[in-house]
Design a protein. Structure first.
Length: 273
């Protein structure tokens, strides 16, 4: 974590006190670290995942460090529309509001061969979890986020911008999330939405996909980036692709105006000049 996004300032000033944050895929890895950082910064938490036992473990970890934290756990498979609706409703019923949705849950298959040589059901399953799963939580969160002028963070991937053999289902799903974010910003302009590549981190997801992990990236990097973005520090990046591995201080200093003027970091059709 570098100085621009250092979360210590948010811990010190309790930046998110009174805010309610719903995090999917919250029982391990990036999701759990994100929950911890928001809790340290004063937020109330709603943690969603498929397994109650791992959710209970996550809640225990958070309360061990922050005994006064308010933590709700919700069992929800992100592709189950009814379960996602229940999770959002339970969050609002307990806390009275929703300020931030962190759509972190995702899946991947081994990236080892072209798609037609693999099970087609598995291909669509990745699309369902990564795209439909985000859409489901976004859909039911939108009315509450409109009330609070809230924010959405979508955990994406650099794979959204790459064309690599064996990664089609994952890359297509992450690319589509970027376009979904763009639609959210034009249909619900009062809500800020950030699509973020978290870095290559040693998580169970990356192990499944056999990704080459960059050792210096760790779960604290994307979590701190999420806090920085949802603290209103870089609203010009709403609706755009962002990477936790970028120095956002440098991006703002050297690139912000160009990004705005040329409408960059969005999906475009390239036309020869």
């Amino acid at each position: 974590v570098y100085p621009t996004i250092d979360p210590e300032i948010h811990y010190e000033h309790q930046t998110f006190k009174g805010k309610v944050v719903l995090i999917t895929g919250a029982s391990r890895g990036i999701g759990l670290e994100t929950a911890l950082q928001y809790a340290r910064a004063g937020a109330s938490l709603s943690l969603a995942s498929r397994n109650q036992a791992t959710l209970d473990e996550s809640k225990h970890v958070i309360l061990q460090e922050m005994p006064s934290a308010q933590v709700l756990t919700c069992i929800a498979d992100v592709v189950d529309m009814d379960a996602t609706e229940r999770a959002v409703k339970a969050t609002v019923a307990l806390f009275g509001r929703l300020d931030i949705l962190v759509a972190n849950a995702g899946t991947i298959r081994p990236m080892n061969r072209p798609f037609a040589t693999k099970d087609p059901g598995g291909w669509w399953s990745v699309i369902e979890v990564n795209l439909r799963g985000v859409y489901n939580f976004v859909h039911f969160s939108i009315p509450e986020l409109q009330k609070t002028k809230g924010q959405i963070v979508i955990n994406s991937s650099m794979a959204a911008q790459l064309r690599v053999i064996g990664v089609s289902e994952y890359g297509v799903s992450k690319f589509a999330l970027g376009r979904l974010a763009e639609f959210i910003t034009i249909e619900y302009p009062e809500i800020k939405v950030f699509t973020v590549h978290p870095g290559l981190i040693d998580t169970a997801l990356n192990t499944t996909g056999a990704a080459q992990v960059v050792n210096e990236d760790n779960v604290a990097l994307p979590a701190a980036t999420f806090l920085y973005l949802t603290a209103g520090k870089a609203d010009y990046l709403s609706g755009r692709f962002t990477a936790a591995t970028w120095d956002l201080g440098e991006v703002e200093r050297d690139w912000k105006q160009k990004i705005i003027d040329q409408n960059c970091l969005v999906s475009k059709l390239a036309i020869p000049s």
